[in-house]
Design a protein. Structure first.
Length: 431
């Protein structure tokens, strides 16, 4: 192979040959220009790693091309690389190792299969999988896991926020959820030695602030909800018919257009409000987990693990009056059959009852918030409310602290009374 002084003029004068040719630089050993018969050119560096010597096989590293590096820039890069080799580095070997590493897509599949599917609940797996397939893979999927940087994660965050992926869905909340999944994946991968220790580029990316939605039903709204529930299980809730449709003439008379909802659907909603339990905790509840004598529910597998729900007298009364059909307390369409499954949801009855009660922007989960708000408003104390809700962390219950105004009200009254007394009753407009 020829050795020449690799200058801009010399490089531009080289013509492709019938076979690949490497033109070595006369000043930096191992540095050269590889010219392919097709005309493709690349800067290369050959070196012997480790202790060196002829007993060690040479390795070849591509530095760039004449389009990305001038001869001077490529030579400087080669010099710096040789200096690292002298100190024991093996850049070609490191690059080879990087190529062998999992891509983000491969790593995500392992994470979902080996960790999430075996150690998390089915719903969590579905949420994680959706975030990975809809957002993570389209943007970062082909990248090597150890090469992902905070700027790459920030790019993913921006894509989700602007709705550029995921069929137009996205937003700040979804971006936060996706980054949380990605961060959990990198943390798991580090423990499994699938990425370098401490490599989690998500931690350096600032998340969006979220305004937590906490809807609490007022006393008037609770009354309206109670009236709608009673109407739903007795005479039924009215429904509308599109009179313009052909089938409208076969519909019942307006005064008979009502839908009666069974005791299980209505009781499920009441139990959610009276226990502060989560939706699936009630819908998946089995009669074998109910102890009416002690007034408790023994949940073997809630969101926070094994959990005991203490029942009020009102909740016990509902359970005592509920017909037992099958093994689940809230009977579903397959109740009593060999392949019985819990009720899937309460969407239809809940929407109809909300409409009848004249309530807006109320989710089933807001019944749990309302249970907590009534307790905190009664100054029952955050630790007690936390235990009733099954919170494992005090910080989770702390979100309701602002509702406990009674102690502050009493303190404000006491201070105000003393000030008014000192100044004279007329200053407090009490006379």
């Amino acid at each position: 192979m020829p050795t020449i002084k690799l200058t801009r003029k010399a490089v531009s004068a080289i013509e492709p040959a019938e076979k690949p040719v490497i033109y070595y630089d006369e000043s930096v050993k191992g540095f050269g220009l590889k010219v392919m018969p097709s005309g493709a050119r690349s800067w290369i560096l050959e070196y012997r790693p480790g202790a060196g010597g002829r007993g060690v096989a040479k390795k070849r590293l591509k530095i760039g091309t004449p389009a990305t590096h001038s001869p001077e820039e490529a030579r400087d890069e080669a010099t710096r690389t040789l200096a690292r080799v002298t100190l024991g580095a093996d850049p070609a070997g490191a690059r080879s190792d990087e190529r062998k590493q999992d891509t983000i897509a491969d790593l995500a599949d392992k994470f979902l299969k080996d960790h999430v599917a075996t150690k998390r609940k089915g719903r969590t797996y579905q949420e994680y999988s959706a975030a990975v397939e809809r957002y993570v893979k389209p943007v970062l999927g082909s990248m090597r896991s150890s090469l992902v940087t905070p700027s790459d994660v920030a790019r993913l965050q921006a894509h989700i926020t602007r709705g550029k992926i995921g069929k137009g869905n996205g937003g700040k909340t979804m971006a936060n959820r996706t980054l949380a999944v990605l961060s959990a994946m990198f943390s798991w991968a580090a423990k499994q030695h699938l990425v370098p220790a401490g490599h989690n580029p998500v931690k350096a990316v600032e998340r969006f602030k979220e305004n937590r939605k906490e809807r609490f039903l007022t006393t008037a709204e609770l009354t309206a909800l109670g009236d709608a529930l009673h109407e739903a299980e007795t005479i039924g809730l009215p429904y509308a018919v599109d009179e313009k449709k052909a089938k409208a003439k076969h519909a019942p008379k307006p005064e008979n257009r009502r839908t009666v909802y069974g005791p299980h659907a209505v009781s499920a909603i009441r139990l959610l409000l009276l226990t502060g339990a989560r939706r699936r905790e009630i819908l998946d509840l089995k009669w074998s987990e109910v102890d009416l004598e002690r007034g408790v529910l023994f949940l073997p597998d809630s969101k926070t693990g094994k959990k005991t729900v203490v029942l009020s007298a009102a909740a016990v009364a509902i359970l005592e009056s509920l017909p037992r059909v099958g093994k689940y307390v809230i009977a579903g369409s397959s109740a009593g059959t060999e392949d019985e499954k819990p009720r899937a949801d309460l969407n239809k009855p809940w929407e109809a009852i909300l409409k009848r009660a004249g309530l807006e922007d109320v989710r089933l989960h807001d019944l749990r918030h309302s249970f907590a708000s009534v307790g905190v408003g009664g100054s029952l104390g955050l630790p007690i409310i936390g235990k009733l809700l099954g919170h494992t962390q005090a910080a989770t219950t702390q979100r309701y602290a602002h509702l406990d105004v009674d102690p502050l009200k009493r303190a404000a009254d006491e201070i105000g009374n003393k000030i008014v007394k000192a100044m004279g009753a007329r200053n407090g407009k009490t006379s």
